[in-house]
Design a protein around this ligand. Structure first.
Ligand SMILES: [Zn+2]
Length: 397
């Protein structure tokens, strides 16, 4: 053999150390296959039968007669179960062929300590023997062929066991049932739950500092946008398609704002977490990702271009007027003309502005929102609404 391990009880161990009597270290390990009658599943494990000293000196004893399902009538000793990795699982103490206690290894032999609470427990020591092969010799002899002999060294490691009878009583302590003498592995823990499905929000969020209530409102608002269909979902879909992620926060100076310098969408407070605010600010995030160099360069010159396009997007989606011209003193003919123009975008998918028309409308936006940031200077970098054109080009109402 290449080496092995087994167990002996204390009396057998003492006899072995005195006499080196090989019979007293006798133990038998079997590989057991069990097939479940219910589901046909097969489990296998190692069963080691260790006779005590009296058993070994009983002339009638024959270790090999003991199997998983039956034991000799005179069998006294231990039965230990290990899994196929060699880890101790459980064990039983027998006297005259019957189980009298459940055995737990508590220390020694690299076997992890297990705690058992039970009415009656006694600690005892068994000896784990280990054999190492220290050399191989090739010999020629009277047998045909070649025979290999090994020189072996055996030694013992004491292993403390605790044998308990009765059960552990209440209080959630494990129940020790002395009955079967069988293999009783600790049930393996249930598999971890599958990761939660990605929420729609998680596809576009980076750092989200909202509390759970606010996050729920945000998810609701986002779903409202997405349910509006192709036009309403356009800026969200654009962010997802371009892999753009932004931060979400609450506690800013305006109703809602998107800051391109730190990619953060900030709601003023909990009640400003609405689909309307989200619609405009997600569009600003999409602009930031779309226009070369981002939109942080347009905090002053070009701010009117950025806002003009965002308001136009909202008015196209919402079939109305107007976030573009909110003041009541805006000339009615301007408002009406704008309404028809936005409707053209909506019904035709998109309409590309000529630079002249584009600049005319941006100037009107600046003029009729006096004293606001919307009146800030235009940038020469814009002469049409290219992001709207690319986002809405595939949408038909
Ligand atoms: Zn805006």
């Amino acid at each position: 053999m290449m080496g092995g391990f087994g167990f002996a009880d204390e009396d057998s161990y003492k006899e072995w150390t005195n006499k080196k009597d090989p019979v007293s270290i006798g133990c038998l390990t079997r590989l057991v296959f069990l097939k479940s009658k219910d589901d046909g599943k097969i489990i296998n494990f190692l069963m080691t039968i260790v006779g005590d000293n009296n058993y070994h000196h009983d002339k009638a004893s024959q270790l090999s007669k003991n199997s998983y399902l039956s034991k000799e009538k005179n069998f006294s000793g231990y039965v230990f179960y290990h899994d196929l990795n060699g880890n101790f699982v459980n064990g039983w103490k027998y006297e005259k062929g019957s189980v009298v206690a459940k055995t737990t290894m508590t220390k020694g032999g690299n076997i992890p300590t297990q705690l058992k609470l039970a009415t009656t427990c006694t600690e005892s020591t068994v000896y784990k023997w280990i054999t190492f092969t220290t050399g191989w010799y090739q010999t020629s002899n009277t047998y045909e062929g070649t025979m290999y002999l090994s020189e072996e060294t055996s030694f013992y490691v004491p292993v403390t066991t605790t044998s308990c009878t009765g059960d552990g009583g209440g209080g959630g302590s494990p129940t020790v049932t002395v009955s079967t003498g069988g293999y009783s592995p600790i049930p393996s823990p249930p598999p971890p739950p599958p990761p939660p499905l990605l929420t729609k929000l998680s596809k576009i969020e980076n750092v989200n500092s909202l509390d759970q209530t606010q996050k729920n409102l945000l998810e609701t608002a986002l779903n409202e946008l997405i349910n509006m269909g192709c036009l309403g979902a356009a800026s969200y879909n654009n962010l997802v398609q371009t892999g753009t992620k932004i931060n979400f926060a609450v506690g800013g100076g305006e109703t809602a704002s998107y800051d391109p310098s730190n990619k953060t969408l900030t709601f003023f407070n909990t009640s400003s977490i609405t689909s309307g605010n989200l619609q405009e600010e997600l569009f600003h995030a999409a602009q930031d990702a779309y226009y070369p160099g981002g939109t942080n360069q347009y905090r002053n010159v070009g701010f009117s271009n950025i806002e003009f396009e965002a308001k136009l997007y909202r008015d196209i989606v919402n079939i109305g007027c107007c976030t573009m011209f909110p003041r009541l003193d805006t000339p009615t003919e301007i408002v009406n003309e704008y309404f028809l123009m936005a409707d053209q975008f909506r019904t035709n998918g998109y309409t590309s502005f000529t630079p002249t028309t584009y600049n005319l409308w941006v100037d009107r936006f600046r003029t009729y929102n006096p004293g606001t940031p919307y009146a800030l200077p235009k940038s020469a970098n814009f002469n049409t609404t290219t992001l709207i054109n690319s986002m809405l080009g595939g949408c038909t109402q």
